[in-house]
Each structure stands twice: as structure tokens, then as C-alpha cells.
Design a protein around this ligand. Structure first.
Ligand SMILES: O=C(CO)COP(=O)(O)O
Length: 128
């Protein structure tokens, strides 16, 4: 089965997410991807990836991803949070990160961690 990865970025980190996805485009094209709404739109438009777009984060997208991983539907989460900006849906963000910890799903919250995770996924999956 292709690795199932969720991609999420706050507005201040979306450019970094696009750059990361471009760097790992070959690997990501071989994965099953989902994303919060606006992040997914940018990944489709600017990187050309096929992404299942869920709701935007403030409208419940983080909770959808948390629910999915809680039932074993995801192998990894990349969540580029903006540490400098308060978010209206902070409880949802905390719930998603907590769900990753509860279910022991790897979650990278910055670019360096995401690179390490994606390199390992590429090795294990033999792609990228
Ligand atoms: O707010 C987000 C994550 O908490 C991201 O949502 P969008 O990708 O829709 O901007």
C-alpha cells in the first residue's frame, strides 16, 4: 500500500510547505495524500500533486485528519504550524497533535523534521 500522508500548513508556513513538496515531489506523487483545504489547493496548483482536500483548518479540517488517523487511516502527518501567530482554532490544532501522540502516528511540525520523515518513508517504500 502506498504511504498515506496528511499535509497541513498554516498561512505563514504555506510557502515552506510548497517548497518542501517540490523538493519531495517524486516521493509524494507515489503516496496517497490528503490535506486541509487551502494547503491542498496550493499543493495541487503549484506542485501538481493529487491531493484529497478536506475542510480548511479553521472549519474542521484538522479534526477530520485527527479522526482519520485515529482509525488507522494515516501513516504520517506533516503539520507546519506557525509558531508566531495565534490561531482561532487552537483547540483543533492541539487535538490533532494529541491524536498523533495517542495513536503513535509520526508527526513532523517543522521542515527539518519533515525532511527526515520523508527520507525514511522513501527508503521504506522504495520510492523517490
Ligand atoms: O488551519 C490550518 C491548520 O490548522 C490549515 O488549514 P488550510 O490548509 O485550509 O489553510
Amino acid at each position: 500500500m502506498a504511504p498515506r500522508i496528511a499535509l497541513i500548513a498554516h498561512d505563514g508556513r504555506k510557502q515552506a510547505m510548497v517548497a518542501l513538496a517540490q523538493e519531495f515531489a517524486t516521493l509524494l506523487a507515489g503516496c496517497t495524500l490528503c490535506a486541509t483545504g487551502t494547503t491542498g489547493q496550493r499543493l495541487q496548483d503549484e506542485v501538481g500533486l493529487v491531493v484529497e482536500r478536506l475542510l480548511s483548518g479553521p472549519l474542521g479540517g484538522d479534526l477530520q485528519i485527527g479522526a482519520r488517523l485515529a482509525v488507522g487511516g494515516l501513516d504520517a502527518v506533516i503539520f507546519l504550524r506557525d509558531p508566531m501567530t495565534a490561531q482561532p482554532h487552537e483547540p483543533d490544532i492541539n487535538a490533532l497533535v494529541r491524536a498523533c501522540d495517542v495513536h503513535d502516528v509520526p508527526c513532523a511540525t517543522n521542515v527539518s523534521g519533515a525532511r527526515l520523515m520523508l527520507r525514511q518513508i522513501a527508503l521504506q517504500a522504495g520510492i523517490g
